[in-house]
Design a binder for this molecule. Structure first.
Ligand code: PGA
Length: 249
């Protein structure tokens, strides 16, 4: 049985002080999630990673990105050893905002995923088509490339424990939801792709849906057979709304 996972992607929101307040309140939130058999995690900005870990050491805390090299001349980047020093062993890789604003490619995501496997870190690898691709009817082709090129060279044991998030770009932060049928169709397609490459790892890997997930629609998505949770932006910023997400699953 795959455990449900609700992950908050805070993007460029919350100061360190604001994160500390949420971090303290997240202790109760996490207990509540456990009582419902749900895993929760949060990806704050780099500056707040240490504060969040300190406020709630048992919470799953993820970086929103990382560099695949350990150190060097990469202005503005952070590396795996720097994250591990804080006890952060999860990261979001290939979010569509990073793909579109910072030129992340399947190839650079692959380098990051390989470095994460070597360092025993857990990724949430994001894939998703743009509105133009959706309208052209090439969603599955895009998803296939993103998934297969991204995970190339990873071991079966690693793939079993990783997380993939399907986030149609046109539904992120727009309030325009993909239907639950689309979410199920693409999440199940991703599981099939994993099955072809890695056999029964496909029954263990967790596949999330993301894009305008809110307390009002979380149930519809998570009731789908192949949707194991959600990657949530806006609705993860307030403790009350995060609690509602857990409650409504
Ligand atoms: P949203 O963001 O929930 O605000 O649409 C989701 C995401 O980008 O992960």
């Amino acid at each position: 049985m795959r455990r449900k996972l609700l992950f908050g992607n805070w993007k460029m929101n919350k100061t360190i002080a604001e994160t500390k307040v949420f971090g303290k309140e997240s202790v109760e939130l996490e207990k509540f999630a456990k009582s419902k058999n749900v895993d929760i995690g949060i990806a704050p900005v780099y500056l707040s990673l240490a504060a969040l870990k300190e406020a709630n050491p048992s919470l799953i805390v993820a970086s929103q990105n990382l560099h695949y090299e350990d150190h060097g001349a990469f202005t503005g980047e952070i590396s795996i050893p720097m994250l591990k020093e804080l006890g952060v062993d999860w990261a979001i890789i290939g979010h569509s905002e990073r793909r579109s604003y910072y030129n992340e490619t399947n190839e650079s995501c692959n380098k990051k995923l390989l470095a994460m496997e070597a360092n025993k870190m857990t990724p949430i690898y994001c894939v998703g088509e743009t509105l133009e691709q959706f309208e052209k009817g090439v969603t599955k082709k895009v998803i296939e490339e993103q998934v297969l090129e991204g995970i190339k060279g990873l071991s079966k044991a690693y793939v079993e424990d990783m997380v993939i998030a399907y986030e149609p770009v046109w539904s992120i932060g727009t309030g325009k939801n993909a239907s639950k049928e689309i979410a199920q169709d693409i999440c199940s397609y991703i599981r099939e792709l994993i099955k072809k490459e890695y056999g029964d790892a496909s029954s263990k890997i967790r596949i999330l849906y993301g894009g305008s997930v809110k307390p009002e629609n979380v149930h519809d998505y998570l009731a789908q057979k192949d949707v194991d949770g959600a990657l949530v932006g806006g609705a993860s910023l307030k403790v009350d709304s995060f609690r509602q997400l857990i409650e409504n699953i």
